[in-house]
Design a protein around this ligand. Structure first.
Ligand code: GLY
Length: 345
């Protein structure tokens, strides 16, 4: 369940008072320890023992070594099944922390307090947890819902522009796959500043919650949320392999451009519709240099996408703004052409 907090996660204190966890662990990185933890500490019940666990910031921290280290930390501190883990941070913290909480002692409760736009609108909602392995993004993970997610948009005030733009890509995706009027509102924005984005966060969250409630384990409609992610994840993984990670949203924007063109090649949208969508995405996102990879290399990574079944790549493609269809096969030649199309822009 997602709570909006204009008032500094007002009911977190109440949650802790009601649930009386045996201990509280707060997972932070260097940035959220400095900028966000002081605010949270005001809400914690001082009678309940609280430990802060810090990891380094960045996607490369979502790895099995950190998982082992954090399981050991919990064990050394005698965390039991009534212990609560609070994930205070962006997508790395909620993915990693959610994975640790959902596996330690077969699962302890956890709360997400997202501090980036990406995690507020996407990563911290819907119960996907996980880590990267052998450069494949989120290839190990669980579906496990947070007890609660508290969204406090004022955290965005201190968020760097690149992070804001990264999260905005997931909001654009929500509009494209599920809500034409949200798409219209988002694409009216001229400057990506948190004050302009903030009024639209709630709609994105509601869209994601509605889809996740209908299909929590991604058996059908939740697949719509993978639009832009099939090609985008492959590219993101290849950058990760080169130890040069790019923001998730930049990869998703790239993927949405290529997969919009693929929707056109698969005769799902007209050239006019394609151009209209692309102009709007390109307005916000500079081109990424993917020429450093061979198109077949990108395609081969896609063959190992965790959403595939029987070695078939399943795409989610656009049928119109606000309408997306999933489980769409596409010919290899059209996929390669979509990648080439992006390069040609
Ligand atoms: N990020 C897509 C999903 O949660 O399903």
């Amino acid at each position: 369940m997602v709570s909006f907090s204009d008032n500094e996660f007002s009911d977190l204190g109440l949650y802790i008072t009601n649930e009386q966890p045996s201990q509280v662990f707060v997972l932070v990185d260097k940035n959220t320890r400095k900028f966000c933890l002081p605010l949270l500490q005001k809400k914690l019940n001082t009678k309940i023992p609280t430990e802060i666990i810090e990891i380094k910031a960045g996607e490369k921290e979502k790895n099995i070594v950190n998982v082992t280290r954090l399981w050991e930390t919990l064990a050394k501190k005698n965390a039991d099944r009534k212990s609560l883990l609070i994930n205070l941070g962006g997508g790395v913290i909620s993915d990693l922390g959610g994975f640790i909480a959902s596996t330690y002692k077969r699962g302890i409760p956890f709360i997400n307090i997202p501090t980036t736009l990406l995690s507020m609108c996407d990563a911290a909602i819907g119960g996907k947890t996980g880590i990267d392995h052998d450069f494949y993004k989120n290839i190990i993970g669980t579906f496990s819902l947070a007890e609660k997610t508290y969204i406090y948009p004022k955290f965005l005030e201190t968020l760097p522009f690149a992070e804001l733009r990264s999260g905005f890509a997931e909001m654009l995706k929500h509009g494209l796959v599920a809500d034409a009027s949200h798409w219209k509102d988002l694409t009216r924005i001229k400057n990506l500043e948190w004050q302009n984005i903030e009024p639209l966060i709630k709609t994105s969250v509601k869209i994601k919650e509605r889809i996740v409630d209908a299909d929590p384990r991604e058996e059908n409609v939740r697949k719509k949320l993978n639009f832009g992610h099939t090609i985008g994840h492959a590219v993101e993984s290849l950058f990760l392999k080169r130890k040069n990670p790019i923001p998730h949203g930049e990869a998703v924007a790239m993927g949405m451009i290529a997969e919009t063109h693929l929707s056109y090649l698969e005769n799902l949208i007209s050239k006019e519709q394609e151009e209209d969508i692309l102009t709007k995405i390109i307005f916000f996102y500079p081109k990424i240099n993917i020429e450093i990879f061979k198109d077949i290399e990108i395609y081969n990574v896609m063959l190992n996408d965790k959403k595939n079944t029987r070695r078939k790549i399943n795409f989610s493609l656009i049928k119109n703004v606000g309408n997306c269809i999933y489980n769409q096969p596409a010919s290899k030649s059209n996929v390669i052409e979509s990648i080439k199309f992006y390069i040609s822009l």
